[in-house]
Write a protein of this length. Sequence first.
Length: 237
Amino acid sequence: MFDIDHLSAITVAECSDWIVINKPAGLSLHSEGNEPGLVEQIKQRLSLNYLAPVHRLDKVTSGCLLLAKHPESASWLSKQFQNRQVEKYYLALTAGKPKKKQGSIIGDMVPARNGNYKLTQSKNNSAITQFFSYGLSEGIRLVIVRLLTGKTHQIRVALKSISSPILGDERYGSSQSNISIDRCYLHAYQLTFDDLAGNRKTVSCLPLTGERFTQSIFKQAIKDVSVDQLAWPKTRN
């Protein structure tokens, strides 16, 4: 269980309508059996009657998680995610030479074995992932991702499809590449959304854990990057 007394250390931004936390990797949002999930722990710690996530992060993923403090806020923020009005950027470290170093990955995601998903060439209800990939160190690449849809495991499946799975991803990475890896190297880096007053808000946070995320070569690589100013592909379908 996460030490909820450290909530202030992972709080990125907060107001009366919502809170953004830097979600630790490896923690589930929802309760599992008798183990309270992260959302319930934060709700109790802040003595709130209501607290709800308005988007999803996989258990293995860290980073910006937006939680609504009341139903009106939840409805307002959730609709922005549903209508693709929220700008979402992620950071990943990958292993393997990618089939391409930047662009879009578009296709339908369908269930595969053991709770996995796979990307198909059909485009009936496409998952749309845009990315830039940079060489970081031998065999490791930094990938900056812009997520235009919000499918389950979307980034993990997309990067696997170009032969560059996320480092430490036990579900979609190769077993060899995950030897001695301390976490899945996927992090929700930045969100931009409208608050209830209609003001555009941008929140961001860096990873707090992960040997490779805390190395100087990673920090230097993203130090001067404005992710929303990159020359992202214009296509959205």
